[in-house]
Design a protein around this ligand. Structure first.
Ligand SMILES: C[S@@+](CC[C@H](N)C(=O)[O-])C[C@H]1O[C@@H](n2cnc3c(N)ncnc32)[C@H](O)[C@@H]1O
Length: 295
């Protein structure tokens, strides 16, 4: 048994699709997201090629990488993005409602320790200002962590300090591309756990759901509560919602015993992937679908 196969938790096979080389996948989200799912994009492409949903629902959006990719690569008609965090929600609203103004704010900004402290302490007066604040803090804080108390990146990547993650031109280009698809991207601020069953009642099998929930349970990454302001959801209830709706879905989770039990209980299929976490340790991640597709 190889070291990788030995990691496959409790009888789940390893996925036949490799983890993407992140550099080879188009970076579409302006947000850096702890636990971002760029590496999962080859799985997402294969899943959506089979599913071709009219509607893709992403109830725990964060950087919304999957919705952006699905719409821009014409693999879904419309994507509904849901996020509960007020700061992240303001960012998506600013992008989709006031994109031009947001780009102007980006073009004018010079990240210095003083300007960052000022933004951090500011009480935004408009959605654009609030969304801009989120973007600045997300790009310049260590690891993209937005949760309260996170520190700024001191040396940054390549020793470029605060500017190492602040690329105004790249950010404006990404925003312009998103705005070009804004008629097919629909954002809601709220609780994905409450909105998902309502949306699925209307859309049923015409919808597909991408689920990347915050996960903090024992055996999981544990860092979730530090990374996200909202990190407590009822995982058993989430599995129930998906099982009852009978819709197509793709979920990713740490391979924690609680999650393995839920996959078994509902008769879902899962494959394992071996990921390196921020500390270069290998951890097993599960990709869960209603029926087997990555074995
Ligand atoms: C694991 S992250 C998603 C990362 C995303 N897939 C990406 O690649 O960028 C989970 C996100 O769900 C949000 N969240 C947590 N609880 C939520 C809830 N009940 N409803 C909606 N969003 C929630 C968190 O604020 C966080 O942004």
């Amino acid at each position: 048994m190889t070291a990788l196969a030995a990691m496959a938790p409790a009888g789940f096979p390893m996925s036949r699709i490799p983890v993407a080389n992140v550099a080879a996948v188009p970076q579409r989200s302006p947000l850096r997201y702890p636990g971002g799912k760029t590496w999962l994009i080859p799985h997402i492409r294969e899943w959506l090629r089979h599913t071709r949903p009219d509607l893709l629902i992403e109830p725990f959006a964060g950087g919304a990488i999957v919705s952006l990719t699905a719409v821009m690569e014409n693999m879904a008609g419309t994507a509904v993005i849901i996020e509960m965090d007020r700061d992240v929600a303001a960012f998506w609203r600013a992008v989709l409602e006031s994109g031009t103004a947001l780009c102007e704010w980006i073009g004018r900004f010079d990240p210095t320790p003083e300007s960052l402290r000022k933004i951090e302490r500011s009480l935004p007066e408009s959605v654009v200002e609030h969304g801009f604040r989120t973007l600045v803090l997300n790009r310049t804080r260590r690891g993209g962590v937005l949760a309260h108390g996170a520190s700024f990146s001191k040396t940054g990547e390549n020793g470029k300090g605060l500017r190492s993650r602040w690329y105004p031109e790249t950010l404006v280009n990404r925003l312009a591309k998103i705005q070009a698809y804004s008629d097919r991207l629909c954002f809601f601020e709220g609780d994905g756990m409450k909105m998902l069953p309502i949306l699925l009642r209307g859309w049923g099998r015409d919808a597909a759901v991408f689920v990347d929930p915050p996960y903090t349970a024992a055996g999981g990454k544990k860092a979730g509560s530090r990374l996200y302001a909202h990190s407590a959801i009822d995982h058993a209830a989430l599995f129930e919602i998906l099982a009852e709706a009978g819709s197509n879905f793709l979920m990713t989770y740490d391979a924690a015993p609680e999650i393995v039990d839920l996959v078994r209980k509902h008769g879902f299929a899962a494959v394992a992937l071996s990921m390196k976490n921020g500390h270069h340790n290998r951890i097993a991640e599960l990709v869960i679908t209603p029926e087997a597709m990555f074995e």
